[in-house]
Structures are given as structure tokens and as C-alpha cells.
Design a protein around this ligand. Structure first.
Ligand code: SF4
Ligand code: SF4
Length: 78
């Protein structure tokens, strides 16, 4: 799983959610995130997330937590 959570406590007062609408669901090209009641985003299909990080970049409040799907290669000295 790559997308880990969307912090509801940060979304509650979000001016984007109550104004133009939360942008993160539209950011998601895999449909892992959807919009629920009252414009709250929720994780619908976590296994489909490919860790593109667009949703976390589009949230101005840091509400979306995503981790890398694969471990980064270890850096070694030449
Ligand atoms: S995910 Fe970010 S932009 Fe969307 S409602 Fe929550 S805080 Fe606002
Ligand atoms: S990291 Fe990318 S694929 Fe994963 S939920 Fe966010 S926008 Fe969708």
C-alpha cells in the first residue's frame, strides 16, 4: 500500500473543501482516492496507488500521507 492516510482533522476546516472542492481526488489517476459526503476525500482503492505523490503535492495542508511503493536503492560508495 502506498497511500497511507488522509488526515480528517486537517480536512474539516479546509477552505478548499468548502469552497472550490478538494483537489486531491482529481489528482489521482488511479482512482485510489474518491470524494465522499460533504467533499471529504477518502481512500477507496489503496492497492491501486502507484506513489506518484500528486495528491500530497496538491493538498496545501499536508493532509495526505503517501509512502514510496518500493524501497529506494541503497547508495553505496564507489
Ligand atoms: S485533502 Fe487537503 S485539500 Fe483536500 S480537503 Fe483535505 S486538507 Fe483540503
Ligand atoms: S500517490 Fe498518486 S496514485 Fe497514489 S493516491 Fe495519490 S494521486 Fe493517487
Amino acid at each position: 500500500m502506498a497511500i497511507k492516510k488522509i488526515a480528517r482533522n486537517l480536512c474539516e476546516p479546509c477552505s478548499l473543501r468548502v469552497g472550490v472542492g478538494c483537489p486531491v481526488a482529481e489528482s489521482c489517476h488511479t482512482d485510489a482516492i474518491r470524494l465522499g459526503e460533504e467533499g471529504f476525500p477518502y481512500i477507496a482503492y489503496a492497492d491501486d496507488c502507484d506513489s506518484c505523490f500528486l495528491c500530497s503535492l496538491d493538498c496545501p495542508n499536508g493532509a495526505v500521507e503517501v509512502s514510496a511503493r518500493m524501497a529506494l536503492p541503497l547508495l553505496t560508495k564507489c
